[in-house]
Write a protein that binds this ligand. Structure first.
Ligand SMILES: [Zn+2]
Length: 218
């Protein structure tokens, strides 16, 4: 039987302050952790073919999770241009996205479509693509990734609206667990005019579901 939970006193309960940040482990500690995982899988990390693996995995992780080292709001702030009266929708569609689910640390891979209605400023295409990367290259859930992209664009550009659609295949569903291949998860976040104005939303959806894109209203 589980031990009875100690009842938290009312004074201590209400505010849960964020725990202090953990120190970053050393490279040696990471190598050791990966050797442990190899043993857990059933293999011997001393085997010739696996000797370099911990270091390769550590370096792969630095690349896959480099989004933790960047502040998207900072680089977006430095990157916009003033516009002379252009007030139509700006859409960037089919931005390649590779991320890892925070539940299984397995890849989910797909495409992102980003749109906004500018007021005074626009942001360069490469900045938008990088914005996607900064959030994707972290441990994620697709819903949060979608919202983070939309909210940071909204905060920095102050447009009349933002629409973000993410379509992705989750390897934790296709290569393990339920083994459902070809299932694509679609998430969207609509802010401002994209949420309030059905015509704006339809225009966005029809652009991204054109010949190259395949998004559908869901
Ligand atoms: Zn997962």
């Amino acid at each position: 039987m589980a031990a009875p939970r100690r009842k938290a006193s009312k004074a201590a309960a209400p505010k849960r302050s964020a725990p202090a940040p953990l120190a970053k482990p050393s490279r040696d500690e990471v190598h050791e952790a990966i050797r442990t995982m190899i043993r857990w899988a059933g293999d011997d990390p001393r085997r010739e073919g696996l000797l370099e693996t911990p270091d390769r995995v550590a370096r792969a992780w630095e690349e896959l999770f480099q989004g933790y080292n960047e502040d998207p709001v900072e680089f977006l702030k430095g990157g916009f241009e003033e516009i002379e009266g252009y007030d139509e929708m700006v859409v960037l569609r089919d931005i390649r996205m590779e991320s890892h689910c925070e539940h299984h640390m397995m890849p989910f891979v797909g495409r992102v479509h980003v749109a906004y209605l500018p007021t005074k400023r626009v942001v360069g295409i490469s900045k938008l693509a990088r914005l996607v990367d900064v959030y994707a290259k972290r441990l994620q859930i697709q819903e949060k990734l979608t919202a983070q992209i939309a909210n940071s664009l909204n905060d920095v550009l102050r447009p009349r609206g933002v629409g973000v659609i993410v379509q992705a295949v989750h390897h934790c569903m296709t290569t393990r667990g339920v083994h459902k291949s070809g299932v694509e998860m679609v998430t969207s976040q609509m802010l401002g005019a994209f949420r309030d104005d059905a015509r704006t939303r339809r225009e966005f959806l029809s652009i991204v579901s054109g010949p190259q894109g395949r998004a559908s209203e869901s």
